[in-house]
Write a protein that binds this ligand. Structure first.
Ligand SMILES: [Fe+2]
Length: 447
């Protein structure tokens, strides 16, 4: 559990809040590059940490991310005209460039110098990994670049990034992603098979891997099945912490470790099924970006180092069961709280633990279903919640230290984020992150 006042501090990210101030020390994903792909194309609405902006790409291809309302009489710039290197308010024609400067004021006398005194807030931006990043903090503390997560350093075709709306507080989603022990339950699925004597029987879905002849998948299934109650350890690191889930194997003294990083303020990387280190492995990660206190953009990111994804792979990822399944044009998922995430009670009785299709939707159903801001003072945590406790402590300590005047060092340590998750075989080992060594390093690192 978490005392009510601490719970409030953890979740609230608006201007002036403890956590919001700390989070504004980082470069943050603001929107997808695809939302403003065209010079002079339509602007995009951006709400980030409870503040409203609009993004646009100007005639010269430069990205602008400026406050959402005109300096004149606060008309919405989202309705504006993106033309001739600036966004023009349609109310009285005032026009602003990507730096927020007022460059035209056609309803004032032609010789007026009033416009030179007028500007709107404009955020610094960087484009990397298919995402437009923004910095909302004090200018003098701006880190040189966003955290050097591997997917931000790859050529375009090697990365697939999508986002979808989640109607709950961002911290609920982070906790869902670092909670390894739910995987064996929430995402469990079966196949109905017939025994030789005709008796129907349910077997775990992943046995289908045998049919597919997928050796990595089989290896994963065998190792997960060998120990259903892993023990969880946490090890601090420059970027946040490592979470190690340790399972017994049939070899004495050998353990199967699934190791995943939590990277501040809200990133995770899912461990691959295979224990082989390969540039051909598709990696998957998440970012849970606060829109405000009760809405979150969940970014799904898939990447591979060796080559671009093929059209077939992309089609699978964007299909019904894929990581990047489709949303509407405003990035709202078709399965949502209004239709109970597509819950099918018949499916729940037959082959699915939840009756909800798609692992991402299953996660979202739990996180949204808790309510917009969960009351952690009513929880009863157990031994499987080690990582969740570590997350709350780390973030609250960071935010409280900053409130006392101690600046966080992590936002400046971009290179520390060049890590990967991994599945590895190790001896009994407390320092599992040290023992795993290069398996946890990104293949692609910043210069
Ligand atoms: Fe999950």
């Amino acid at each position: 559990m978490l005392a009510a006042d601490k719970n409030d501090k953890l979740m609230r990210v608006g201007p002036g809040t403890l956590m919001g101030t700390w989070m504004r020390r980082f470069w943050l994903p603001a929107l997808l590059e695809e939302e403003i792909s065209e010079p002079d194309g339509p602007p995009a609405k951006v709400r980030l940490l409870g503040e409203d902006f609009i993004a646009f790409r100007d005639t010269d291809g430069r990205v602008g991310l400026v406050e959402a309302y005109c300096a004149h009489r606060l008309a919405p710039l989202f309705l504006g005209r993106n033309e001739e290197c600036g966004i023009r308010c349609v109310y009285h024609g005032w026009k602003f460039d990507v730096d927020g400067r007022c460059v035209d004021m056609p309803n004032e006398p032609a010789d007026s110098r009033y416009k030179e005194k007028i500007s709107i807030r404009a955020l610094p931006t960087i484009v990397a990994g298919g995402v437009v990043w923004a910095y909302l903090g004090p200018a003098e503390l701006k880190p040189l670049r966003p955290s050097a997560l591997e997917w931000t350093l790859l050529p375009a075709g090697h990365v697939v990034v999508s986002k979808r709306l989640q109607e709950n507080n961002w911290a609920q989603s982070v906790e869902g992603a670092i909670d390894s022990s739910h995987v064996s339950f929430l995402h469990r699925e079966w196949d109905n098979v017939m025994d030789p004597d005709g008796t129907p029987r349910r077997v775990p879905k992943r046995i289908a891997a045998q049919v597919l002849d997928d050796e990595d998948q089989l290896d994963f299934v065998r190792r997960m099945a060998a120990d259903g109650a892993p023990s969880f350890r946490v090890r601090p690191s420059d970027f946040g912490f490592w979470i190690g889930a340790r399972r017994s194997t049939t070899e004495p003294g050998e353990f199967y470790w699934r190791i995943t990083p939590f990277l501040v303020p809200f990133y995770t990387i899912i461990p691959p099924g295979t224990t082989r280190l390969s540039a051909a492995t598709t990696m998957d990660g998440h970012a849970f970006v606060p829109i405000d206190d009760v809405n979150t953009w969940t970014y799904n990111i898939s990447w591979r180092v060796d080559r671009p994804f093929t059209a077939k792979e992309l089609a699978h990822m964007r299909g019904e069961l894929g990581t990047h399944s489709l949303t509407d044009a405003d990035y709202r998922p078709y399965q949502n709280p209004r239709n109970l995430w597509g819950l099918d009670r018949q499916l729940q009785r037959s082959t699915s633990f939840t009756g909800i299709v798609n692992a991402n939707t299953q996660d979202r159903a739990i996180q949204e279903g808790m309510g917009p801001m969960v009351d952690r003072s009513r929880e009863h945590l157990g031994t499987a919640d080690t990582a969740i406790i570590a997350f709350r402590r780390l973030l609250l300590r960071g935010a409280e230290d900053l409130a006392r005047g101690k600046e966080p060092e992590t936002p400046q340590q971009a290179r520390a984020f060049a890590v990967r998750s991994a599945s590895v075989l190790l001896p009994e080992e407390d320092a599992f992150d040290v023992a795993a060594g290069t398996a946890l390093q990104a293949f692609v690192r910043p210069e």
